[in-house]
Design a protein around this ligand. Structure first.
Ligand code: SAM
Length: 180
């Protein structure tokens, strides 16, 4: 399931509905960890990989990981392929992906980060906090139905893999086999 929200309270309530105790959760945009604490408790038998590129996060997350021992924090830019690659090498599976780069943050970047990370990690569920994407969902109309049920766009997985894009080598098994 892919859930899109804007209100931070709705976001935190949605985490409670989605996360199970043994889940591995990848949290993109943890800031100072206010939702990380909730995620850590919900996934108390699992693992939380939290990432943020803000200098503000470093001290708070450094203190947080001492009390919440299933949380691992990395200061990194989630737009970079290297950041995704490091996480993929670290975890076998990702059950839940959370993308909160800021509720009012550029929807184009948020969608790209969601698309690349979710297509690579293939989570059961994804939650995205972004106003522009929510607006787009409710404001657009279509007569066609293309639909996925996982936390990534699995129904489109076999369509149009652009082989020159480096980030897609983590996405498509076809490209991996061909050693691109
Ligand atoms: C609204 S805050 C997240 C709030 C947090 N999820 C919570 O529930 O308390 C958005 C965070 O996304 C981070 N962010 C934005 N762009 C980023 C990027 N490219 N890489 C890593 N972090 C990013 C910002 O530094 C900021 O801390």
């Amino acid at each position: 399931m892919i859930k899109v929200v804007y209100d931070i309270k709705v976001y935190r309530e949605a985490l409670k509905d989605i996360i199970k105790s043994e889940d591995t959760v990848v949290e993109l945009g943890c800031h100072i960890g206010n939702s990380t604490k909730i995620i850590s408790k919900l996934a108390h038998e699992g693992k939380v990989i939290s990432i943020d590129n803000s200098p503000e996060s470093v001290e708070s997350m450094g203190a947080l990981i001492r009390d919440y021992n299933n949380v691992e924090f990395t200061k990194a830019d989630v737009r970079l392929h290297e950041t995704l690659e490091t996480v993929i090498r670290k975890i076998k599976t990702c059950n839940v992906l959370s993308v909160d780069l800021g509720g009012g943050y550029h929807p184009d970047t948020t969608f790209k980060v969601f698309f690349i990370w979710s297509s690579s990690l293939k989570p059961r569920d994804t939650i995205i906090r972004n106003r522009g994407l929510l607006d787009f969902i409710h404001s657009s109309k279509t007569e066609e139905t293309i639909k996925s049920s996982e936390g990534w766009l699995e129904s489109s997985a076999k369509d149009g893999v652009p082989p020159r894009l480096k980030e897609f080598t983590l996405w498509s098994s076809k490209l991996k086999k061909e050693g691109i």
